[in-house]
Design a protein around this ligand. Structure first.
Ligand SMILES: Cc1ncc(COP(=O)(O)OP(=O)(O)O)c(N)n1
Ligand SMILES: Cc1nc(C(=O)O)sc1CCOP(=O)(O)O
Ligand SMILES: [Mg+2]
Length: 221
């Protein structure tokens, strides 16, 4: 599937989850998030208690099917082999993962997201074929241990000032109360784990996030 024409739209509300996030059943939480209006999903099975091997693949298959039925593109974090096995719609890699250029060769025209923290990394990622850039952490987060310095919104603004036109999604500590700041700073969308996976009502939390982002996108338009 080639989603490239509308990548900015897909980034509007990008939900990331693995079985280690939140208390809920991942299939149920994903279904609720889809009903609430997420536009993209990333399977990130990583960290303490994460599934491995066949168990990880089987959960990936089930989540991929839920996304497919709903028409929401399915991205795999880090694991290119799994992405190819599942025929995912894309892969997200960071600076400590497989190089973006190698990933691009392996995944063909699937969506490629790359985490970047400096202008140099951004230029390299774009040259390597990134479809979008993940920038974070925007705000403090407890969902990832090995985070870089909290960049706040400055990095997104700096990228735009330096004429980076590639779609950008902010990540890290984003909630419905601060999501609009990410769009105002120049982001195309927001990426969240705990704001949805950790919510008591995942669907309601998704609706609120989506409203916050869409309102700001329309004001910027
Ligand atoms: C949309 C998005 N942005 C950034 C990341 C972080 O990627 P990375 O730095 O490789 O860290 P891990 O997620 O692999 O721990 C992401 N996953 N998604
Ligand atoms: C997966 C991830 N990557 C980050 C980065 O800065 O690159 S922050 C992060 C965790 C985001 O989770 P939450 O929405 O719960 O803060
Ligand atoms: Mg990674």
């Amino acid at each position: 599937m080639d989603y490239k024409q509308k990548i900015e739209d897909l980034l509007t509300l990008y939900f990331i989850m693995g079985s280690q996030n939140g208390q809920g059943n991942p299939e149920y939480v994903l279904q609720q998030a889809i009903e609430g209006g997420i536009t993209l999903f990333q399977f990130r099975e990583k960290g303490e208690g994460a599934l491995q091997g066949d168990e990880k693949r089987r959960l990936g298959e089930r989540l991929k099917q839920i996304c497919k039925d709903a028409g929401v593109p399915f991205i795999v974090n880090d694991d290119i082999e799994l992405a190819m096995q599942l025929d995912a719609d894309g892969v997200h890699v960071g600076q400590e993962d497989e190089k973006a250029a190698v990933t691009r060769k392996q995944i063909g025209n699937k969506i490629l997201g790359v985490s970047t923290h400096t202008l140099e990394e951004a230029h390299q990622a774009i040259a390597d074929g990134a479809d979008y850039l993940g920038l974070g952490p925007i705000f403090p987060t407890e969902s990832k241990d090995d985070i870089r310095k909290v960049h706040g919104l400055d990095l997104i603004q700096a990228f735009r000032r330096h004429d980076i036109q590639t779609p950008i999604v902010g990540i890290g500590g984003i909630m419905s109360a601060n999501a609009s700041d990410v769009i105002q700073a120049g982001g195309d969308g927001v990426s969240v784990i705990s704001a949805i996976a950790g919510a008591e009502d995942a669907k309601q939390a998704t609706v609120q996030l989506k409203q916050a982002v869409r309102k700001e996108q329309l004001e910027d338009f």
